[in-house]
Design a protein around this ligand. Structure first.
Ligand code: 3HC
Length: 329
């Protein structure tokens, strides 16, 4: 177990304080860490970064799908999509609450999102151009999210782990509704099947990018895995996602847009072409197709909601003043 006792890459156990060693031993015993317990500052900061970015992703992730609510092809599809978008808002709220237990306020997290200091998932900087994209988003994007989030149910920080248990239940419904749309489209008219293939072509690589850079370029993986904030490496999860998704594409009669995709008997998984990492880093820098639009929409929503926040705060103050006046009588 002591092999895992690394504070950051290159820091040995000998350099850890007794508190840090005791903390790591709790992690190694799979004990959950709870909000008021002692934790290394790096652990707290890493969690705020990861949970905060995850919360932002849920909230920004409502935008590409919200774009289709008014244009869903049937009333039933509209109701399902509305419910899904509403679920994402709920996921964002559970996660902001989990981050708040680490001593950061929701206002500060949102301020850091709006100023561009904090990230959200790269995937939401791509446009959703046709109704088939709603299918592909559910199937691929929620599918990739689940692949990443199911192991996070066992993450070492109690509030994050409990939030993930609730979130995963809903995400698996989202993935199925996406696949159901893809089935309909892929088995529909030739034009519908073409739309489904086009959605897969455009969203395949952005979905693979959701797992983060390749392990050799991942800055945080080693320490996050030692702390069990992350349970798997980025490449491990990406491989599992490809292995799970390729047969699903075949069942739909669609072609994964990778001519070099090939089953590798020896490793028991597919060999596949890596995403274009230059594109990934450009998207992270704010230069993806929809970065400005997405952030602009969130900032506008925050500014437009100012009057409501003020009214709620004034109302809460008035109620508190009334309560203390009654108590003083
Ligand atoms: N999009 C944006 N930024 C990304 C990214 C992505 N797909 N992948 C990695 N990055 C960023 C990291 O945040 C880090 O930047 P920072 O130091 O400025 O924070 C940098 O790239 C280096 O990557 P690392 O591999 O070192 O980073 P992590 O160890 O944090 O791993 C992660 C990245 C796998 C995404 C990890 O943070 C994680 O598991 N997060 C929790 C899950 C999550 O956030 N999911 C969002 C998906 S969307 C969603 O859930 C909505 C659903 O409804 C579909």
């Amino acid at each position: 177990m002591y092999a895992q006792l690394v504070k950051s890459e290159g820091t040995s156990r000998e350099e850890m304080s007794p508190e840090e060693i005791a903390f790591q031993e709790r992690i190694d015993r799979n004990e959950k860490i709870e909000p008021k317990e002692w934790m290394p500052e790096g652990y707290r900061k890493t969690l705020i970064r990861q949970i905060g970015q995850h919360a932002h992703s849920e909230i920004v992730g409502q935008l590409p799908e919200g774009n289709w609510i008014t244009r869903a092809p049937t009333l039933e599809r509209k109701q399902i999509l509305l419910a899904k978008v509403q679920d994402e808002a709920g996921h964002g709220l559970y996660l902001y609450c989990a981050a708040e237990t680490l001593g950061v306020s929701r206002d500060e997290l949102l301020e850091r999102l709006h100023s561009g200091d904090m990230k959200y998932s790269s995937i939401f900087n791509y446009p959703t151009l046709t109704w088939a994209d709603m299918g592909a988003v559910g199937w691929l994007v929620d599918g990739a999210a689940i692949m990443n989030q199911v192991p996070l149910q066992r993450t070492s920080y109690g509030p994050y782990s409990r939030a993930m248990i609730r979130i995963c239940k809903e995400e698996s419904f989202h993935q199925r509704q996406g696949y159901a749309i893809m089935m309909k489209m892929a088995n529909g008219t030739p034009a519908q099947k073409k739309m489904a293939q086009d959605a897969l072509n455009r969203l395949w690589y952005p979905s693979l990018m959701m797992f983060g850079p390749s392990d050799k370029d991942s800055v945080h993986s080693a320490q996050s895995m030692a702390w069990k904030i992350k349970m798997n490496t980025n490449d491990e999860l990406r491989q599992k996602f490809v292995d799970q998704t390729v047969p699903q594409a075949e069942y739909l009669g669609l072609t994964v847009p990778d001519p070099d995709l090939k089953w590798n008997e020896e490793k028991g998984g597919y060999d596949f072409t890596e995403p274009d990492w230059d594109e990934f880093y450009q998207v992270l820098k704010g230069n993806g197709p929809c970065n400005k639009e997405r952030l602009g929409a969130r900032v506008k929503a925050w500014e437009d909601g100012a009057w409501y926040r003020e009214a709620m705060t004034a109302h809460a103050k008035k109620k508190a003043a009334r309560r203390s006046a009654v108590a003083a009588e």
